[in-house]
Design a protein around this ligand. Structure first.
Ligand SMILES: Cc1cc2nc3c(=O)[nH]c(=O)nc-3n(C[C@H](O)[C@H](O)[C@H](O)COP(=O)(O)OP(=O)(O)OC[C@H]3O[C@@H](n4cnc5c(N)ncnc54)[C@H](O)[C@@H]3O)c2cc1C
Length: 459
């Protein structure tokens, strides 16, 4: 069987490996538009060692992902973070991240008291007395709209958007509850299903009560960066990987086999598209117009990461990083990761390694800014927020990575769109779709979706 996979990011490479495992006679070809494999996983060779400029961690609580990485022989590469806490910068001061709650949404005012006004704190504590939320079981709502309506805008702009923005490059106002905080959607479902009064505080309380204390770190990463993962997948898959192979169209011949425009020779029995949603929409134009119509609705958020290596970490707070409130004036960055404080294996290199992140959905000004301006913003913001003087600390190395359209926007219509995109393919056999837009943003979610798509393709 001949398989063509479009895209050599995490989804494409995982699927290639999985197909090779399930169908040992498979002939697998992967077509990648860029000049390297890995997509949003990108490990850059800093002089001090390999350093991730895309994803830099993954959720270690996902047993399926951990087992998968072990099965690849990468168990000795997995490292846990130091356990230092993160901070949130709001109201021109550093604050602890609120304890409890879910994604910064509290069940009562106490955890966010130092971040919001007295009026907002009172509003949070009185939320249970408001009329019930009009929540339909299985339905969805915009995160920002719901929290604004129930607790007020300060909770959204100072806490929730800071936390969600660090993961999704979007504010809470551009995200849906079910796709980004599924445990909250389930708690709202449970209240509505049981005929209880549906309030935000009651739903968050349910999430808190259901939370099981699990030992061990929440996150892990790879000692040598994500290159360890994407290079292992590429090698173990045995696939032929073509770089600079931009596929601009797919069609079928008379026998129903797949033909590619822009790469490959002859026809393919099976086809997997792992490209970002807007590209997948274009590629499916002739084969599955209904899928194209659905996928066109998915918008992308851009961001830029500036990685900086300093000779000394003296003066940097003993924390793993800082999230910046979305409404904080005079600060350009949305987050700083103090990578050498967060990860012990990076601390061993000496000095300080810091990642500054900029950019949220709908505003590409910073993503398009000159590198010099971005570095200046990063150093100025860092000094203002933490007092750490990066210019005096010996800035030895800088790497700027722009992620145009780096992440899909998971709004409140997103999950229905994914269902529609896949349903549009039901009449076209031998083709599957995967990628972050389909299965969720995190590395474990992308891996799981790609493995499932590969298994369906092998049949
Ligand atoms: C800045 C940033 C930080 C992140 N941090 C984390 C994190 O810490 N933890 C975490 O779990 N997740 C994180 N993520 C999310 C995670 O990295 C992604 O969800 C995941 O890597 C996406 O993999 P993918 O294969 O779906 O897509 P991609 O990596 O986008 O791969 C798609 C590939 O298709 C190629 N392609 C596109 N068009 C064509 C075409 N026409 N022909 C051929 N090839 C084409 C692209 O060049 C690309 O290589 C982060 C993402 C970003 C952007």
């Amino acid at each position: 069987m001949r398989y063509a996979i479009i895209g050599a990011g995490l989804a494409g490479l995982t699927a290639a490996y999985e197909i090779s495992r399930l169908d040992p006679d498979a002939q697998i070809e992967v077509f990648e538009a860029g000049e390297r494999i890995g997509g949003k996983l990108f490990t850059v060779p800093f002089a001090s060692g390999p350093t991730d400029m895309g994803a830099e961690a993954f959720l270690a609580r996902r047993a399926d992902a951990m087992e998968f990485f072990h099965s690849l022989g990468l168990q000795d590469s997995l490292v846990a973070p130091s356990g230092l806490s993160s901070l949130v910068y709001s109201g021109a001061q550093l604050n602890r991240l609120p304890a409890g709650g879910v994604m910064g949404i509290p069940s009562h005012a106490e955890p966010v008291r130092e971040l919001v006004s007295e009026e907002t704190a009172a509003c949070i504590d009185a939320e249970g007395e408001q009329p019930a939320i009009d929540w339909q079981v299985g339905g969805d709502m915009n995160v920002g709209a719901l929290v604004r309506a129930r607790y007020g805008g300060e909770v959204v702009d100072r806490v929730v958007s800071a936390l969600l923005g660090g993961v999704y490059s979007c504010t809470a106002d551009d995200l849906g509850i079910r796709a980004t905080i599924p445990q909250l959607a389930e708690a709202l479902d449970a209240l509505a299903g049981e005929g209880e009064k549906v309030t935000l505080s009651a739903a968050v309380r349910r999430v808190e009560e259901a939370r099981v204390k699990v030992d061990g770190p929440v996150f892990n990463t790879f000692r040598g960066g994500y290159a360890e993962l994407y290079e292992t997948l590429a090698e173990k898959s045995g696939a032929d990987i073509y770089l600079d192979a931009f596929i601009s169209g797919v069609s079928r011949d008379k026998e129903g086999a797949f033909l590619l425009k822009g790469g490959g020779e002859g026809s393919y029995d099976r086809l997997l598209l792992t490209t970002p949603a807007p590209t997948t929409a274009v590629l499916l134009r002739d084969l599955a117009p209904e899928s194209t119509a659905a996928l066109k609705q998915i918008k992308l958020a851009s961001s830029v990461v500036v990685g900086m290596r300093f000779d000394t970490a003296t003066g940097l707070p003993q924390n793993s990083g800082v999230l910046v409130a979305a409404d904080e004036p005079g600060v350009h960055a949305k987050a700083f990761t103090f990578s050498s404080h967060k990860w012990p294996h990076l601390a061993e290199r000496g000095g300080a390694l810091i990642r500054a992140s900029f950019g949220r959905f709908g505003d590409e000004t910073l993503v398009r800014a000159e590198e010099d301006d971005l570095v200046d913003h990063a150093l100025d913001d860092l000094q203002k927020i933490t007092g750490f003087d990066g210019r005096a600390a010996g800035l030895g190395e800088i790497y700027t990575q722009r992620w145009f359209g780096g992440l899909p926007r998971y709004d409140e219509t997103h999950l229905a769109t994914v269902v529609a995109a896949r349903a549009g393919l039901e009449q076209v056999s031998g083709i599957e779709l995967s990628g972050a837009w389909a299965g969720g943003v995190g590395v474990p979610a992308v891996v799981a979706d790609a493995r499932a798509a590969a298994a369906r393709l092998v049949g």
